[in-house]
Structure formats: structure tokens, C-alpha cells
Ligand binder design. Structure first.
Ligand SMILES: Cc1cc2nc3c(=O)[nH]c(=O)nc-3n(C[C@H](O)[C@H](O)[C@H](O)COP(=O)(O)OP(=O)(O)OC[C@H]3O[C@@H](n4cnc5c(N)ncnc54)[C@H](O)[C@@H]3O)c2cc1C
Length: 447
């Protein structure tokens, strides 16, 4: 049984994201799979993980993969996220990473996250993708005065260990260089990252793959998976794909029944976004807003926001725990109220779009790149904990290298290569999430 309401998985149910209005449709370029076809490498899932894998296989190694995607390329989280191309991947903070993996492996992880952001820029440039880059770096805002100390510790880590250019901003500097809000008390400016248009990036990458001779079958959910000798048989309602190698790139939309090796190992969570109508320059000035750099805050259940190219304001938060249209509507009402509290000058402004989607958590809160234990012909890359624009692109490149025999698992940073464990009492996963939201909500309110 899928963990959320059926509308969350229904590819015919309107996503209603603002991004969809900004790019041309891609359906007709990605016909569904028909009859029986064969390929060397099959990829299940046409989000950034699958697309980056296919692009790197084609461009770097001349291997033409076929992607099976249940919707259209980028239909999942990849085409509907906040567009923060920033440091991410894990939900663990650096003290926990250092405790578990040591200082040098943690340092390596953060260096690779920086490379991941450069990879997105370079890939977009190489293919001439109009991804609408905005801002320079990322702003992390103390939502309560008590969080300023934590920002100082973050500053020390990011400058001394990660080697990122960073600056601590006083409340005055924040209002001069960023914005003003009753819930913003000082900030850490991390000089790594930028904002982009996720649907232009995902579909652009898909079009580049098609131009390089790769195949993308849209509306082709894998509904059964068998193995005959060394050949995988992936069945869809329209046909079957036979392949020697399979890559699982289904992230938060993974159905527990897809394969026993994935069952109970992932916890999808909803994230929700609203956008305002375009704000005039005078309206932006009324809130003291003058940055295009993406912003998130120090809450455990954080808000993330950015001004878009056409003056719209994008405001994101965690979503509900059920996913029904009624719950999403209720959550939207709460988000509109909170938007008005954080940015009083925009209270009551018209909301143009509201949508949600699934991010993906693993039991150990780390991203995973791996191979099935009993079947080295199956690879996977997933669980970026709501921060996968850069991390999925980077992971897709790693999987492509691995499949092409250019690296082994030992070449991965330790943070990525841990076994993908089943959640204890996996049927209670949603209960864990609800409990975490309750506790984190209380902690966030207390400062
Ligand atoms: C609302 C929201 C906001 C976010 N904001 C940010 C952000 O600002 N910055 C950031 O870095 N990250 C953000 N994320 C997370 C980021 O979008 C994801 O980490 C990233 O896109 C994951 O890419 P993916 O390709 O692994 O998975 P997805 O993009 O989710 O793709 C998985 C695909 O697999 C397909 N699929 C599933 N099962 C099957 C099957 N059986 N057969 C065929 N196809 C199948 C699905 O249809 C889907 O298209 C956000 C996510 C959401 C939902």
C-alpha cells in the first residue's frame, strides 16, 4: 500500500505548480513503452537522478540507456521543487557526520556537495539549458534570537572545515543585503549555491538525452519486475523492457512493492510550496526585500523561500502527513497565514499556485548510492532528504561511472555508501514522521 493518498501518486491529477507554466510540454517526445524491447541499461524513474545517470552514460561512455518514467520526465520532485541548487543530501548535521565518519570524510562530503553545485552549472552550460539561475549562495536565517550562537558555530565549520566562503550577517547587514522580517534575527551567508527553475532544468536535461540518442518512455510505470537468467524483465502496461543492468531512481515515489530489496527502506515526506502573484518593486521594497539568493531558516521544520525572476515570491514548508486534497488545502491556508506573519507587508497578497510533492528520507538520514546485495546488476541512488537538486545530479553521475566500470563502491564518500537499512517496524513509518513533526514543532516554537 502506498503511504499517502492516491492523488499524490496519480500522474493524471494536476500538479498545479507555477513551474509548469514556464516550459513547453514534453509528453509527445517521450512515448510510452510498447511491445518487448531490449537495452543495455534500464533506468526506473525520470527525475534528476535518472536523467543525470542517462546523460552521463551517453555523453561520457557512449552507453545509451532507456528510462521508464511513470509520468513525464521531471514529474516527481525534480520538476516541482523550490529550485534551491544548494548544499544538501543528508538530514544529519555536521557534528553528527564528524562523530560518525571523522573530520576528513565529512570535509570530503562538503567538498563534493560544492562540486555537485558546479556540476549543475557546468552541465546546463554544456547543453545550453536555460535554467534561469538566480542569486549567489544561500542565506540561512536565525528564526529566533537564540539561534544566533548556532549560526556562529555553523560559520566556524563552513569556513574552517568545509572551506566555503561564508559571512555572518548582523540583523542590520541582513536588512541591508537581504530582507527584513520579524522572524529573521541575523544570518549566515553561505557563498555556495544558487536558485534555478527546476522544470526547465529537468526537461532540458531530458531533451539533451533524447538528442544524444537516449530513450525516455513516459507514462510507463514499472508494475512488475522479474529476472530470467541474467536478464531483468521490467513490465509496464504497454510493454516490457529487457536489460542486463537496472538503475532504480524512484526516490520518494518508490512503491514498496517495486522490489523486495527496497520494501520498508524509504520514508517519503510531503513538502509544500505556494507562490504569490508577481510583486511590484514597490511591494518588494515595502518588505525591505532586495535579494535573489535562496533563503532558508534555522527551524527544524524549516521555511524556505526566494524571489523568482518575475517578482513572484516562492514560500515552502513541510507538507501534511496524509496528502489528500483537503489536507493540502488546509495546509495551504496555514502557509498563507505564516507567510503574512513572516512578511507583514505581503499579508493577504494573492496566491497564484500551490502544490506539494514527496521528498525521501532513509532510516539513517543519509543519502544512498549502492548496489543490491544479492544482485550487483541493480544500482540505486536516492534519499536526499529534501535537498536533491545538486545531490541527485551528482549521484546520477556517480552511478553512471560505476555502471561504466570507471569506479567502485569504495570510491564513494562514506556518507553515501552505507547499506540501505529497513526501518524498524516499517509499517509505523508515518507514525515516526508525525512524532518527529510534533517534537520539532515544539522545539521550533521555543526558540
Ligand atoms: C515540494 C518540494 C520542494 C523541494 N525543494 C527542493 C529544493 O529547493 N532544493 C533541493 O535541492 N531539493 C528540493 N527538493 C527535493 C528534490 O526535488 C529531490 O531530492 C530530487 O528532485 C530527487 O530527484 P529524483 O530523480 O531522485 O526523484 P524524483 O524527481 O522524485 O523522481 C522519481 C521519479 O520516479 C518515477 N517513478 C516512481 N516509481 C516508478 C515506477 N514504478 N516506474 C516508473 N517510474 C517511476 C516518478 O514518477 C518520478 O518522476 C524538493 C522536493 C519537493 C517535493
Amino acid at each position: 500500500m502506498p503511504l499517502y493518498h492516491s492523488s499524490v501518486y496519480d500522474r493524471a491529477f494536476p500538479v498545479n505548480s507555477y513551474w509548469e507554466t514556464t516550459d513547453a510540454p514534453i509528453e509527445s517526445d517521450c512515448p510510452p513503452l510498447s511491445e518487448v524491447q531490449s537495452c543495455e541499461v534500464a533506468i526506473i524513474g525520470g527525475g534528476l537522478t535518472g536523467l543525470s545517470t542517462a546523460w552521463h552514460l551517453a555523453r561520457e561512455y557512449g552507453i545509451r540507456a532507456a528510462i521508464l518514467e511513470a509520468g513525464v520526465p521531471g514529474w516527481g520532485a525534480s520538476g516541482r521543487n523550490g529550485g534551491f541548487c544548494c548544499v544538501g543530501g543528508t538530514a544529519l548535521r555536521y557534528p553528527q557526520l564528524i562523530q560518525r565518519f571523522g573530520r576528513s570524510e565529512t570535509q570530503r562530503y562538503y567538498q563534493e556537495q560544492r562540486e555537485a553545485i558546479d556540476l549543475v552549472r557546468n552541465l546546463a552550460e554544456a547543453e545550453g539549458l536555460a535554467i534561469d539561475p538566480q542569486g549567489e549562495g544561500e542565506i540561512l536565517v536565525a528564526h529566533h534570537p537564540s539561534r544566533q550562537k548556532a549560526l556562529e558555530a555553523d560559520y566556524a565549520f563552513f569556513t574552517e572545515v568545509a572551506g566555503y566562503p561564508c559571512a555572518l550577517w548582523s540583523p542590520q547587514k541582513l536588512s541591508e543585503s537581504g530582507f527584513s522580517s520579524p522572524e529573521a534575527h541575523a544570518a549566515l551567508k553561505i557563498g555556495v549555491g544558487f536558485g534555478l527553475n527546476p522544470i526547465k532544468y529537468s526537461r532540458g536535461l531530458a531533451r539533451a538525452i533524447l538528442q544524444r540518442g537516449g530513450k525516455i518512455h513516459g507514462q510507463s510505470p514499472v508494475i512488475a519486475w522479474e529476472k530470467s537468467g541474467a536478464t531483468h524483465l521490467l513490465h509496464t502496461s504497454g510493454g516490457s523492457l529487457h536489460a542486463k543492468t537496472v538503475i532504480v531512481a524512484t526516490n520518494g515515489y518508490t512503491d514498496d512493492r517495486l522490489h523486495p530489496n527496497l520494501n520498508g527502506r524509504l520514508l517519503p515526506a510531503l513538502s509544500q510550496i505556494i507562490t504569490t502573484r508577481p510583486l511590484t518593486l514597490a511591494e518588494q521594497a515595502a518588505q525591505g526585500w532586495h535579494t535573489e539568493t535562496p533563503v532558508s531558516d534555522t527551524r527544524n521544520l524549516l521555511f524556505y523561500y526566494r524571489l523568482l525572476k518575475d517578482g513572484r515570491f516562492l514560500f515552502g514548508s513541510r507538507g501534511g502527513t496524509w496528502g489528500s486534497p483537503t489536507e493540502s488545502q488546509r495546509h495551504q491556508t496555514w502557509m498563507i497565514r505564516r507567510l503574512g506573519e513572516l512578511f507583514p507587508a505581503w499579508k493577504g497578497v494573492e496566491i497564484s499556485h500551490s502544490w506539494n510533492g514527496l521528498v525521501c528520507l532513509a532510516a539513517d538520514l543519509m543519502p544512498h548510492i549502492g548496489q543490491f546485495p544479492q544482485d550487483p546488476s541493480v544500482f540505486y541512488a536516492l534519499a536526499y532528504h529534501g535537498n536533491g537538486v545538486a545531490a541527485a545530479t551528482w549521484s546520477g553521475r556517480s552511478v553512471a561511472r560505476w555502471v561504466a566500470g570507471k569506479m567502485t563502491q569504495d570510491d564513494l564518500c562514506a556518507v553515501f555508501r552505507q547499506p540501505l537499512q529497513r526501518f524498524p517496524l516499517a509499517n509505523l513509518r508515518k507514525g515516526y514522521l508525525r512524532s518527529a513533526y510534533l517534537i520539532y514543532g515544539l522545539l521550533d516554537r521555543s526558540g
